[in-house]
Each structure stands twice: as C-alpha cells, then as structure tokens.
Design a binder for this molecule. Structure first.
Ligand code: ACM
Length: 776
C-alpha cells in the first residue's frame, strides 16, 4: 500500500479483496444510457427489438476468406474475455456473420447491423472487420454479468475513423517491460480501435532491440547500473527483446489491425549505443549506459562509418517491423559534443552544413534516403525540422502543436503527440495515492478535450495531419502496474479523440461509456486507474481551527461528476445504502469518513478513507508538501529509480531540495518529527544545469534546515526552528528521522524544509512531518 502509515488523507490504492467496481455485477444499463461503446461510432441508428447472444452461438464466415476467419477468432476471444460466452467460428452462415462489402470505402470502415434475426459485420478491409468485432464485443458486455446471455439492442452502426494514426507510445527503454506486457497493451488498444503502437526501443538508459550483427548493443547496451544513493552499487537492471519475440508480437498486432512503429533514437539519446560501440561516439570514450533521466551529452558521430553502422541496424529493424514508418527520434540532441569536435566540424564543412542543426538534418536525410530506397518512410520528433528536412520525412510534434502546424504547412505529414496534453507520464489527479509521474496534472477530461487539428494549419494542408498518439514516457513509470495506471483510462479518451467525428464527442456521455470499458480492461488482471471517479476530500478552513474546535468540515468531490457520492462515518465501507453526500460534512475530530461514488448500484472507484484525528491534522505526507520556491518544476518519484509498485513516492523539485508545508499548524505544536529519505540525484539537466540552486553547507554532508516561512533570497530573518546535520550517505540508511522541540509562542506559518547537501551528493526529500502537541 502506498504510504499506508500516513494519516491525514491516508488512502488505500486497492482495497483488500477486489472492490466491486462498476460493470462488475449489475444487469444491463437502462434504455436511456448511451450504448456502451468507446470510441463513439460515426453513426448509430437504434432499431426495434434485440438479439440474444448466447453461449455456443456461431460466427459464420465465407469459405476462403482468411481475414474474416481471423476476425471471427478475434471476436470469440474478445467476447469470452468481456462476457464469458464461448462463440464458435465456422464456415458458412452463423448467428453473427462477417461479410465483405466493397462499397465500404477505406480499409478501416465497417457496418454493424443487429436485428432480432442475427448480426452482420461488413467491411471491405480486414481492419474494418476487426473494428466491427471490437464494437460487437463491447455491445455484448455492457455490464459485469459474466457468463450470462447478452441482449444486444437492434442497431445499425456505420463507422469509420476520423484519423488514420491513432497511437500509443510505450517506452521500454527507460524501464524495460516484459514482452507479455506488450501483448496485453496490444489487446487493450484493439478494444478501442487504436492502430499504431510506437515502441521507443533505444535511449541513453537502455537498448532493447536485438541486433544480430552488433551483439554488444544488447550485451552491453541493455543493462545499466542504477544510480547510487550513497551505499554500495546496486545490481544491473535491464533486458531486451529478441527479434523472434518482436516478429511474433508484430504478427499478433497485425491480426488486430495494429502496426508497430519502432523507434531508434538518434543522434542524441544514444548513450547506450555509444556505451556498446564507443567508436561510433564523437570522442571514442566509453560511457556507462546512462542512468540520468533528461538530456545527456553523448551523440552519434555523423561520419561515414557510423552512417553505415546505423544502416546495418536499420536493415535488421526493417526485417522485423514491416510497417511503412520507422521512427528515428531526433529529439533533444544537445550539440556540444559536435561543437567541441574538430573532426565533426571538418565533416560539417565537407558536407556544407553551416550549423550543427543543419548537420543533424544532413544525417537524418542520409537515413531518410536509405529508408526510402527500401520503400519505407522516416518519422522523427519535431526537432528534425530545425535544420530543414525533405518533405518525405514525417514529423511527430511533441513541443506543443506549433511543430505540427509548421510542418504540415510545409507539406510534411504530421502526428500530434504534444506535451503536456498527451504525455501520460503526467499525473491524472491530485489524489495522494497517485503513483509516480510528472506533477503537472492531465485529467481524463483534459485528454478528451484535446483536438488533433490545431488552428493555424492551412485548409489545403489539413490532409497532412495523420492523427495523434499518447506517449507513456517511462522515466518515472517503473512497473507494468505503473504504466497501466497512467495509460488507462486516459487512452480511451485518446481513442475517441482520434476515431470519432468531432460532432459526436461529448465528455459526459464518454464518462458513462468509459466505465464499462474500464471493467473490460480490468478483466485481463492489469491495472486501470480509478482516479477520475474516486472521492477526494478537502478540509474546509485551517487545521488550527479544527484543532481548536475539535470539529472538522470536509468537502467531498470526484474529478468526473458521475454518479452519487455515499459515505459512512463509522469506519464501515460505503454502499449504495449509505448516506448520500449533499453538502460539506461536519464531524467531531477522530470520526473516520469513508466515501465512494456509485452509479446504478455499482461502485465507480475504490473508497479512500479520510482520517480526522488530531495526530493526522498535525501531520503532512508528500502530497501535502509543495516544492519551493513555490511552483517549481515538480516530479513525483519513488525511493529508488527501480522501486516497484506501492513503494513510497516523493514530490520533488529538480532544481532545489526545498519542500514546504503551507500554513502548517505550528501554533499547536510543541515538537516536530521529520522523516527524511535519500533519493538518487540522477537528472541530466544539460544546459539547464546552471539553474540548479546549491546551498552553503556548514557540516560535511549538509543539513536539513527547518524554518517558519520560506526564505526569500536567503532572508536571514526567517526563524530557524531546527537544524539537523545530515549523516554520511555512504554509511547511513536511506530513510531516517529527526526530532526537535518547537519554540514556544509560534503562530501558524509555511514550514520550509531546505536541504543544504552538496550538489555532488544524493538528493533528499521529506517523507513525513509529524507535529506533536506535547514535548517528546
Ligand atoms: C521527447 O519528449 N523528448 C520527444
């Protein structure tokens, strides 16, 4: 459990025993509810009556139609998983029939007709049949009545996607994920008609693609030593995918209408490659495989032998990934190594590149031409535009929408994957149990509200917008659980944004429809975050006022206003029969509050408890703490960079080790206990290095200085409450605590925790603060 020891706002991520989530039990939703479909189809016409899909029903396909037979098999797998019914594929007529209709334009378009007599799915292309199967599997599982016949309402659906690139990027380079995780990701994408899985297969921290000709890429490049927090070095971590594994995954994905786009990131983000083959780096030195997130200095050498080396790698990449697009990165390549290398400068002069950006474009062009000669196309992050690239290169715009607007207007095909909107490493709520990620919050509704046709693209260039994808960067997402948590259900929003016409998009309808889809995804045993539907608690008024009066007023709310909130005040779990929340609740200190939202009898999210004891009013956990200076760049990171699910997490500011508890109830405090954790300092800040704030340490390893009020420009007048010298990182545990009395006569103030450890030492974070009313 995350921070199970925390009191105020303590939460339980998954209640013991599987919670009875929505979609898990109740019979089909009422007639007024929207059809349980995500993404919403282009056109839906309701008919009269219904078709009862029962266990053992047949799925018929025409003799010799291999694509239809594959779709029939897929449908039977999906209906088994989502409804628990076994459907039987066969040649000939069936209760469900897959048929070809050449009049349906486009490989992905389909029609689905349900009448009381049977169900017909028609498409011209194989992918249309796959999408029709996904729609029928959703219609057959509106609720959690597993194993029960499904009454499917009569309906005519005519459907086709708005965009041809509907994607998800997974980053197994930063944290390697087992191949089984990728299969599950493909299944989850298929369910919502996404069609592009982008695998970020190389970066500074790990090379994940087996290259037979250059085995050191994985022998060396796939393994890194985690950063130190002062003790003895940790064992190496990593892994890679064999070509056989990836070929099998590619075939599995293709049967589900999904193309896998591999990414080899260059010329920056290439430290793992340079660690394996230093002769292809700029200075010939051999770095370790990186463990610093962010931007690192190692670049590929742009010389002829390295171009050939990369082309050899691309030959093997193309043999495994048959899709049109090969992604070659191009992002965040700080050019210092090229600037400082006489050899690279001489080569720039030889090829006529006046700037390092032009040199990068020259290099990208070499690979673009090579891929084109093999019938493939290059796609890269929007930095590839900087030195000018040929229109045949496609651009993935991540630095907002501007790159896409510029690129499309210049005639490049573009895919929108802007930060922060579609960067799923951003947290999705401010709940205290949200695991690792970037602290900027992108809610389900914010992802849903994104439109991949940004203003500024000329009307005659709109056809260059291929679509959009969400990116699950994984510096801070360590385990499959954590990746899943950040991806779902927000990926459902992306699916609707990229598939459905704008005219049918409606967030409140989507919020209802994503609930049964969350239940379907959960049936594979993986994680789906319930954050958007979970009850969050807000204390009204100050903690001091609550401590003085012995009473608290607490407001309850869910991020998405769906269903009705019910709560208890006796410690029992909430049910649909518990009291309905209407207005902020007044309780005596010590009363436990438990609340959850319910829709039609089903619980929408696991109930989180809210503790109201005096001790919890006097304590702060990481989610009560903000980075200082206020508003600084924040991350929520685990104790070690390899920590697994449910490990404690800390809100940190990359540029300073300063944390504040705003408006802390100091007036009531006679003593303070601060629990401290030592974390790795593993951030590649590149040119932002100069923005790091260091502090003068007066003992060898620095101190934790606790002040009432955060110092403004080191204002010496800020009262110091306590100073704790930090222990030797090499000889002390990574978690420890300090106690001190609080001087008498304090008033409430922002409590500021400043660590003054040298910048060469690990990073420190406050794990918990406990004020006490008596002296310890
Ligand atoms: C990126 O986020 N560096 C593409």
């Amino acid at each position: 459990m995350i921070r199970s020891a925390s009191l105020l706002l303590a939460t339980t991520l998954i209640a013991p025993g599987a919670p009875a989530y929505a979609g898990s039990a109740s019979p089909s939703a009422t007639r007024s509810a929207p059809l349980p479909l995500v993404p919403m189809p282009q056109s839906v016409t309701r008919g009269a009556g219904r078709f009862l899909l029962t266990d053992g029903a047949t799925i018929g396909t025409a003799p010799g139609d291999a694509g239809a037979a594959a779709a029939a098999r897929l449908l039977s797998v999906q209906v088994k998983a989502a409804r628990g019914l076994v459907l039987r594929p066969m040649t000939g007529q069936g209760a469900v029939r897959f048929v070809r209709d050449p009049a349906l334009a486009g490989d992905e378009a389909y029609r689905l007709d349900v009448t009381p007599r049977g169900i017909v799915i028609a498409a011209s292309g194989d992918r249309g049949l796959v999408h029709g199967a996904a729609t029928l599997a959703q219609l057959a599982s509106p609720d959690g009545m597993i194993g029960h016949p499904a009454a499917i309402p009569a309906v005519s659906i005519a459907d086709a996607p708005r965009f041809s690139w509907r994607g998800l990027m997974i980053d197994p380079s930063r944290h390697f994920q087992p191949i089984e995780f990728l299969y599950r990701t493909v299944d989850r994408m298929t369910a919502v008609k996404l069609n592009t899985l982008h695998l970020h297969l190389s970066d500074d921290q790990g090379w994940r693609f087996e290259v037979k000709r250059y085995p050191r890429l994985t022998e060396v490049g796939a393994w890194r030593t985690p950063p130190s927090t002062g003790g003895s070095p940790a064992a190496k971590v990593g892994g890679f995918y064999t070509q056989e594994q990836l070929k099998a995954l590619v075939a599995y994905a293709a049967e589900r209408g999904i193309t896998i786009v591999p990414e080899i990131d260059l010329p920056g983000h290439a430290q793992a490659l340079v660690a394996a083959y230093p002769e292809h780096g700029v200075f010939g030195d051999r770095p370790d495989v990186g463990h610093d997130w962010g931007v690192n200095p190692y670049l590929l050498n742009p010389d002829a032998k390295t171009v050939r080396f990369v082309e050899d790698i691309l030959d093997e990449v193309m043999a495994v990934f048959p899709g049109t697009y090969i992604h070659l990165g191009g992002d965040e390549a700080v050019k210092d190594q090229w600037q400082r290398s006489p050899a690279v400068q001489a080569q720039m002069a030889a090829v006529g590149a006046k700037t390092e950006n032009e040199m990068q474009s020259w290099l990208i062009d070499q690979f673009g031409a090579y891929l084109a000669s093999k019938g493939r196309r290059l796609i890269g992050w929007d930095e590839i535009l900087e030195g000018g690239v040929p229109p045949s290169a496609s651009v993935m715009s991540w630095r907002g929408d501007k790159g896409a607007v510029d690129a499309a207007n210049k005639g490049h095909d573009v895919v929108l994957s802007p930060a922060p909107n579609l960067y799923l490493d951003n947290l999705q709520s401010d709940l205290p149990d949200e695991p690792n990620g970037r602290i900027g919050i992108q809610t389900l509704e914010a992802v849903y509200g994104y439109d991949p046709m940004p203003a500024g693209i000329d009307a005659d260039k709109a056809r260059h917008v291929l679509g959009a994808q969400a990116n699950a960067w994984s510096e801070y997402l360590v385990t499959p659980y954590q990746v899943d948590h950040n991806v779902y259900p927000r990926l459902g929003a992306l699916a609707e944004v990229t598939w459905s016409p704008r005219s049918v998009r409606d967030f409140s309808s989507f919020a209802r429809r994503i609930v049964p889809q969350m239940a379907r995804w959960r049936r594979d045993g993986g994680e789906v975050a319930d954050s958007a539907f979970a009850v969050a608690y807000a204390l009204q008024g100050s903690r001091s006022a609550a401590l003085r009066s012995g009473r608290l007023t607490v407001a309850l709310k869910t991020q998405v206003p769906l269903g009705t909130i019910h709560y208890t005040t006796d410690g029992s779990p909430p049910t649909p029969r518990s009291r309905v929340y209407k207005a902020p609740i007044g309780v005596v200190s010590g009363t436990p509050i438990r609340a959850a939202a319910f829709l039609e009898g089903d619980m929408l999210a696991a109930p989180r408890p809210f503790e109201t004891s005096r001790a919890s009013l006097l304590s702060a956990t990481p989610s009560d703490l903000v980075a200082c200076p206020m508003g600084a760049l924040g991350l929520r990171v685990p104790l070690t960079s390899e920590a697994t699910a449910n490990a404690p997490v800390f809100n940190i500011n990359l540029f300073d080790t300063c944390t504040a508890w705003k408006d802390a109830p100091l007036a009531n405090a006679r003593s303070i206990t601060v629990a401290v954790a030592r974390l790795p300092r593993n951030y590649g800040l590149a040119h932002d290095f100069t923005a790091l704030r260091g502090h003068f340490n007066v003992t060898p390893y620095g101190e934790l200085v606790v002040t009432a009020g955060c110092p403004v420009k080191d204002d010496p007048k800020t009262p110091v409450i306590a100073t704790f010298p930090l222990p030797d990182p090499a000889k002390s545990p990574t978690q420890f605590r300090f106690d001190a009395p609080v001087p008498a006569g304090m008033t409430d103030a922002d409590l500021c925790f400043q660590f003054t450890s040298p910048l060469s030492d690990p990073f420190y974070a406050v794990e918990r603060v406990q004020l006490s009313e008596g002296v310890r």
